[in-house]
Design a protein around this ligand. Structure first.
Ligand code: 5GP
Ligand code: MN
Length: 491
């Protein structure tokens, strides 16, 4: 899909002789890095396909144009959850986080990820790996806190610093009342009942249209092109809504738009993305409201006195700016790095992960860095508050004597049935003649982690596969994985 999207954009540029600066994507990008991420993507089994994101992630393909996206309901949620406040998912491909605001050429671009669920919107962000049938869905349901944070922008949205673009995956509730509803129903008759019940679109994002008054609101999810115009009382302002079809339907999936920045700042005239200082102040002020309970949790209401105490003051915004300037400024550094160990360069094969069962919560250096730059006390940072999260270091490999050939075993000795849809199958085809260290043929392994290699014949070695501090390693010309010997283990 990404290949096709970039081809379409480049084709348009060639034919129309124009240059497109930025691509905005409204979710369901999938962001599957390797085969095992499919375990965290909620789609029917027949759709569990690798897609093409992994090529961009591994660097095999380059993202040709800066792309910004919000998450939908079909994403490798285990990956996106490492970036709650946004960040690069690969070079030149920026995720806005559960909610987020960035600036590009002076344009103010905000967005919210996920879709609406009445059942989950009041719960904390409790989801941890491995996902179960409940959490693999709830993880992409928008939470009230994401919305509250965006509502706190409204103070500046009117005149001082208006929003140019808002991105969401599902439609804001009742947006059909502001466009050609009859045509929509003719085209999508199964929406009629939901429209009558006022149940099409998200009631969570509905108030944001009038509170934030973005010039443009782009969405997706309902697989059709639909336009609407919401007029606001003040200064003749209006929000133009546009939702497009999905790329697979091959029509109306792309629209080229001219956007005039209205408050371009000197420093933002280059091609880089910038943090939005008001948004960072809001994140800083509301981090204490984050909650990891799976129960319903309370969230302040923007219309209450208590809710209003979270509005960022000019002084607080200034303090955030000073903090950011001390550590490099507001420009978003192009510092994508893979988050977890992955073996690449296995010609013609899907890249395997180092965590077949998708159990480990890898921290994302971009999230850690942003939290550090905003100077959260360690007790405030969401990860350190939550002792339940299993981190990479918590996983110690125990010898598993019960494995049978043909069954994959993960590092904890948990047996996993061979299932061509959801796990990598390594056929036990190797001869077991010892090979001299320090190289291991990757075809001989059915599992490897930074500290261990398990062979197809179920023998294991406890060796560091990756050099200290590195999370990825490239195979050499002979397709071998270097092993860094630092224990007395024998193969
Ligand atoms: P996705 O592409 O996310 O798998 O699925 C979206 C599909 O669900 C689309 O075909 C869309 O028409 C349908 N859909 C999503 N939300 C609603 C809704 O609120 N009402 C109805 N009737 N269909 C919906
Ligand atoms: Mn969707």
């Amino acid at each position: 899909m990404l290949d096709e999207m970039y081809r379409s954009v480049e084709g348009y540029e060639l034919i129309e002789k124009v240059k497109i600066d930025l691509i905005l994507v409204c979710g369901d990008c999938q962001t599957v890095r390797h085969f095992d991420d499919l375990k965290c993507l909620n789609v029917p089994d027949k759709y569990k396909k690798m897609g093409d994101f992994h090529k961009y992630y591994s660097g095999q393909e380059k993202v040709p144009k800066l792309t910004i996206f919000v998450g939908g309901n079909h994403e490798a949620s285990n990956y996106l959850m490492t970036l709650p406040y946004g960040g690069w998912v690969c070079d030149n491909f920026y995720y806005l986080g559960y909610a987020g605001v960035v600036r590009y050429k002076g344009l103010r671009i905000a967005g919210v990820s996920g879709i609406y669920s009445h059942h989950d919107c009041n719960r904390g962000r409790f989801e941890r790996l491995p996902f179960n049938p409940d959490s693999i869905r709830s993880i992409y349901h928008t939470r009230r806190l994401d919305i509250f944070r965006l509502q706190l922008l409204s103070r500046n949205a009117d005149d001082k610093d208006p929003l140019d673009v808002f991105l969401s995956h599902d439609w804001p509730g009742r947006i059909y009342d502001y466009g050609n509803k009859n045509q929509l129903i003719r085209f999508k008759p199964h929406f009629e009942r939901d429209i009558q019940r006022k149940a099409l679109g998200s009631p969570l994002t509905e108030p944001l249209i009038k509170q934030l008054k973005p010039k443009k609101w782009f969405a997706a999810h309902l697989h059709c092109k639909f336009q609407a115009q919401v007029k606001h009382d003040t200064n003749g302002r209006c929000t133009e809504f546009l939702s497009l079809n999905k790329i697979e339907n091959r029509r109306n999936f792309m629209e080229v738009i001219d956007l005039e920045p209205n408050q371009a700042q000197e420093s933002e005239h280059d091609d880089d993305l910038y943090h939005d200082v008001e948004w960072l102040t809001i994140l800083k002020k509301t981090i204490s409201l984050e909650n990891s309970s799976s129960e319903n949790v309370s969230c302040p209401n923007i219309n209450d006195d208590k809710g209003k105490t979270y509005l960022p003051t000019d002084d607080e915004i200034k303090q955030t700016l000073e903090l950011m300037e001390k550590s490099g400024g507001l420009k978003i550094e192009k510092n994508f790095k893979m988050v977890e160990p992955v073996i690449y360069n296995r010609t013609g094969q899907l890249p395997p992960s180092m965590d077949m069962n998708r159990e480990k919560n890898y921290k994302n250096h971009l999230t850690i860095k942003l939290l550090e730059r905003l100077q959260f006390q360690s007790s405030e940072a969401p990860d350190s508050r939550d002792q339940k999260i299993k981190q990479e270091d918590d996983f110690k490999v125990e010898p598993d004597t019960k494995s049978e050939p043909g069954n994959c075993t993960n590092g904890q000795g948990i047996k996993q049935e061979n299932d061509s849809k959801s796990s990598i199958k390594f056929e036990p085809h190797i001869d077991v003649k010892p090979k001299p260290f320090p190289k291991v043929k990757v075809e001989d392994c059915k599992y490897s982690s930074p500290n261990n290699v398990e062979f197809n014949n179920n023998t294991k070695i406890k060796k560091r596969v990756f050099p200290e501090g590195q999370s990825q390693v490239e195979l050499d010309d002979e397709g071998c994985l270097p092993v860094y010997v630092d224990t007395k283990g024998e193969r």
